[in-house]
Design a binder for this molecule. Sequence first.
Ligand code: FAD
Length: 444
Amino acid sequence: MEQKKNGTWVSWNENLKHDYKSLYKVTTEEELREVIANNDKIRFFGNKQSSADIAAGTAALLDMKSYNKIVSYDYNAKTITVESGVILGDLLEAIEKVGWCIPCLPDINTITIGGALATGTHGTSGKLLSEYIASCRLVLADGSVKEINKEDNLLNAVKVSLGMLGVLSTVTFQCEPEYTLHIKERPENDNQWLPKVQERLKKHAFLRILWLPHTNNGYVITGDKINPDTEVKENLGPKFLKHRRTASKILYKYSHVFPWITAVANKLLYRGFFSSKKEHKGSLYQATVTKSRGSTLELAEWTVGLSKFPQVFAELKEEINKWSNNSFIHIPMDVRFVQKDEAWLSYAYNEDIVTMGCVSRNAATADTYEAFKTVENIFLKYGGRPHWGKRFAAKDAQLTKIYPKWEDFKELRAKLDPTNKFLNPYLAKLVNAKKAVNAEKVTA
Ligand SMILES: Cc1cc2nc3c(=O)[nH]c(=O)nc-3n(C[C@H](O)[C@H](O)[C@H](O)COP(=O)(O)OP(=O)(O)OC[C@H]3O[C@@H](n4cnc5c(N)ncnc54)[C@H](O)[C@@H]3O)c2cc1C
């Protein structure tokens, strides 16, 4: 096992930095168990791509990325077992090779399986990624391992648990036969796309809307399952479209100084990059997941019950279009749809939901981005829930109101981790574990 002493942990977008005393890299479950058992306080991280401060901040850290083997396939059951440090893109390529897929994918392939599951990572038109867990092995605070399968009630608590109940060791995913999607993309006025959401969710296998704040328009992406041999006349739009993120970065460069620049930039970006139609086909992974990003971002994302979305949307639009406040929002706000489940800390616990992203393309100035606060206030008012891996300010007092199973989760966490081994200061505040907050001040 590799061990580094005394360094600084820095998150992907460089907004979070923590000094550590020991950093471990493990390659086997035995090593993973040993490190957990032998440290009083420890956090573990994947690709460090979360904006929330949930992956480090303790004296001992564990880098999960070297624990990354594909363990086995069960061809009859269509399951694959992997170590939790596997990068999502590697898992998806491995299952595509045998003709399988996971039907709901996030728009990022560089994250680890452990990080993705811990934070309730999702795509659109399906369930959270964690709903495709068939079984998993969880290393508990004392270093013992608990094998959890679908019949076990504990799975609904563990599926989305921010690494507060234990460290996921290996995970077995239930896959489905791969399918081909015919993707169509086009701009649509808010008055057109909003009333059609429910109808489109029934009609299409894939629905995603990139909402373009301050333009009154959205960019609608639909996908229908087709026979892989069906001919689709590919139209990927003008070649310059691939420079959208760079153009955004340039146009938003001074938007933290003059937030209103955002509204002007959005209108230009809409005309330049979101006004053409596109059409293509491919697997869910190949046709819809972004494979490379030139620059970093700071992200927030809120979710709300599908039935409440039109009201939330109207209020949000009214608020951010007021020139009297500084809540201008960079393009796009990603609108996606997730089906209900029973995982305790899932955004979709017991109800179908809409998720809405909020991005600051200037990661370094994210603290001054008023939009994060405005979006949070509006969604909280409607019982909305924040993405665990992204930026939000809500803590225990608010979370207990919006997650029916929050108190049960806290009780289970305290039972499984009685010494608060897995809590950093941020997580301790989140679950209101006061003693741990004080203890952590020494090491943070
Ligand atoms: C550009 C970008 C696009 C994104 N797109 C989406 C999207 O489409 N949909 C979506 O839902 N989210 C999205 N996210 C959020 C992202 O999926 C999460 O932040 C995810 O947690 C990042 O994975 P990671 O490997 O970087 O994990 P990290 O940020 O390193 O860790 C996240 C959490 O997981 C815990 N953890 C890591 N490994 C394990 C393990 N083995 N067992 C238990 N806990 C573990 C860590 O302790 C930490 O609490 C996006 C983020 C970015 C930056």
